[in-house]
Design a protein around this ligand. Structure first.
Ligand SMILES: NC(=O)c1ccc[n+]([C@@H]2O[C@H](COP(=O)([O-])OP(=O)(O)OC[C@H]3O[C@@H](n4cnc5c(N)ncnc54)[C@H](OP(=O)(O)O)[C@@H]3O)[C@@H](O)[C@H]2O)c1
Length: 243
């Protein structure tokens, strides 16, 4: 599928890995809806960069855990571009949650953003894609969704649920809408990740390095270009899942 002029909505598309996806789709000639939650400045900056390069793009703010805000985001995008062809559910939270100190609030936040947020965006956009006759939903999961990490149970559970959600959506939204998941390995560490932890994670990859946001973005674009992939789980992890 040629993606020129396709409308792509990327949640959390203003910074880090999401921003690389934004630029990768823009390079394919897509129109961009750059969603953000709190990163207003980064979203403005991203829109300036896109428009300076001649791309059509808007920024939309929403908390993906709030149904009314997701509805407003979708209406804003459709009012501007008429449709949404590709939805990338990239927004997520990630933090350490050892079971001894894990609070119910932390558990709920992780599931609310990573799972309910992904579900709400897919629910508000997927059935409309079916009416429009074509669409791709790409959920950004994590290898932790297949092999959970100690001290990160809520995150791992949320991403495991995203994998099941992906395949359920693929069944329900077929044949018009294809739904796939991407499972990155270590790509961009959080700023406060200690150096020994980074090194340990890198050593567990088969290619002996962290990935880049651009490598994740390249796989997302590849999947969006596919006309025959749905319900798929695509790794971009340097072989980390095998370690
Ligand atoms: N980084 C990695 O190495 C890695 C590895 C494996 C998987 N992944 C997955 O890849 C994706 C991108 O990773 P990342 O590290 O770039 O993500 P990130 O920086 O941790 O988060 C991405 C965005 O999620 C948005 N977000 C958080 N809570 C939200 C809410 N309630 N409503 C709406 N948006 C919200 C934030 O938007 P604002 O900044 O605007 O608030 C943030 O920019 C995530 O799904 C992550 O789980 C990443």
């Amino acid at each position: 599928m040629n993606l020129i002029n396709k409308v792509v909505l990327i949640t959390g598309g203003a910074k880090r890995v999401g921003k690389a996806m934004t630029h990768a789709f823009a390079a394919r000639g897509c129109k961009l809806v750059v969603h953000y939650h709190t990163s207003h400045h980064e979203a403005e900056q991203t829109i300036l960069e896109l428009r300076a390069a001649g791309h059509d793009a808007i920024a939309v703010q929403a908390d993906v855990t709030q149904e009314a805000e997701v509805e407003r985001m979708v209406e804003t995008a459709v009012a501007r571009f008429g449709r949404i062809d590709v939805l990338v559910n990239n927004a997520a939270v990630f933090f350490r949650t050892p079971i001894d100190t894990l609070s119910v609030e932390e558990w709920e936040q992780m599931l609310d953003v990573n799972l309910t947020g992904t579900f709400l965006c897919a629910q508000k956009i997927g059935p409309r894609m079916r009416e429009w006759g074509w669409g791709h939903i790409i959920n950004i999961a994590d290898i932790a969704g297949q092999r959970p990490w100690a001290d990160y149970i809520p995150y791992s559970v949320s991403k495991a649920c995203v994998l099941t959600l992906t395949q359920g959506l693929a069944l329900e939204l077929a044949p018009e809408v294809m739904v796939n998941a991407i499972l990155p390995g270590p790509v961009l560490f959080q700023d406060d990740t200690p150096e020994p932890v980074r090194q340990r994670e890198i050593e567990k990859t088969l290619v002996e390095r962290a990935g880049t946001p651009e490598e994740v973005a390249a796989l997302v674009v590849f999947v969006a270009e596919s006309e025959y992939s749905t319900g798929g789980l695509f790794h971009v992890d340097g072989g980390r899942a095998l370690a």
